[in-house]
Write a protein that binds this ligand. Structure first.
Ligand code: ADP
Ligand code: MG
Length: 245
């Protein structure tokens, strides 16, 4: 049996002034699915993710999260962002808070969860990302890979239904990429629904249930990684893969 639909996008369009960045995007992501989004710089990948958690507001089209159509003017965007977690290339941790304070911040102040409960949950999340020993450290003392794992834990603390990752390893020194990918892979194996913009084709091959190739604001091709990477049906996809693999 197929899983329920977690994210559905219909005819999504987004412009910045005269620049038409997303053009009639249609996309469906089912529960527990991992979808990797690939494409050249400037193709609209970040804008698509940002529209999905309403950091950018679409010009037209429909966005459904967990079966519910979300409209910026009728929904509380903080509640939506709690449902749709996002991890960025640059970690955006609060530098003046310890690791555990970073993780507790949103549950305590946005969700109004009691502090002791938020603390216990934060400890569990730190264990999950392998950083139990860093609870009381400030982000400035962490490596990039550790910062990104804290950012993942912080996002998970809101108990999102779906996680968006925007090039989570692109800012990392090569030797730190693996630890973040391992954390993401674990999350995927636990059944988290994930949409991941990445240049890590190895990760996409191994973990993704489907890969979306975007070019110039359009979805050019969608397929299982085995198919899309080995026998792309579109010439543009093939040209892109030839340029990066
Ligand atoms: P990608 O993530 O695939 O590199 P982006 O979604 O970041 O692509 O960008 C797509 C296009 O939209 C680019 O031409 C970029 O310059 C433009 N763009 C992105 N954000 C903004 C913005 N806030 N204002 C104006 N143009 C933007
Ligand atoms: Mg981007």
């Amino acid at each position: 049996m197929k899983e329920a639909i977690m994210v559905k996008v219909e005819k999504l369009n987004k412009s910045f002034g005269d620049l038409h960045v997303l053009k009639d995007i249609d996309m469906t992501v089912r529960e527990r699915e991992v979808v990797c989004l690939i494409g050249a710089s400037g193709s609209g990948k970040s804008t698509l993710l940002r529209c999905l958690n309403f950091l950018e507001i679409k010009n037209s089209g429909k966005i459904f999260i967990g079966g519910e159509q979300i409209e910026e003017h009728t929904h509380d965007l903080n509640q939506i962002r709690a449902k749709v977690g996002m991890v960025f290339q640059h970690f955006h941790l609060f530098p003046h808070m310890t690791v555990i304070e970073n993780i507790m911040e949103a549950p305590v102040h946005v969700k109004k969860i009691p502090k002791d409960q938020a603390y216990e949950e934060a400890k569990e999340l730190l264990a999950k990302v392998g950083l139990s020993d860093k609870a009381n450290v400030y982000p400035g003392k962490l490596s990039g890979g550790q910062k990104q794992r804290v950012a993942i834990a912080r996002s998970l603390a809101m108990k999102p239904e779906v996680m968006l990752f925007d090039e989570p390893t692109s800012a990392l020194d090569p030797e730190l990429v693996g630890e973040v990918l391992v954390t993401m892979k674990k999350l995927a194996q636990e059944g988290m629904t994930m949409i991941v913009v990445t240049h890590e084709m190895g990760f996409a091959r191994e973990v993704a249930d489907s890969v979306i190739y975007m070019h110039d604001g359009r979805i050019v091709e969608v397929g299982h990684p085995d198919q899309l990477f080995h026998t792309p049906t579109q010439k543009r996809t093939k040209d892109f893969l030839d340029s990066v693999l």
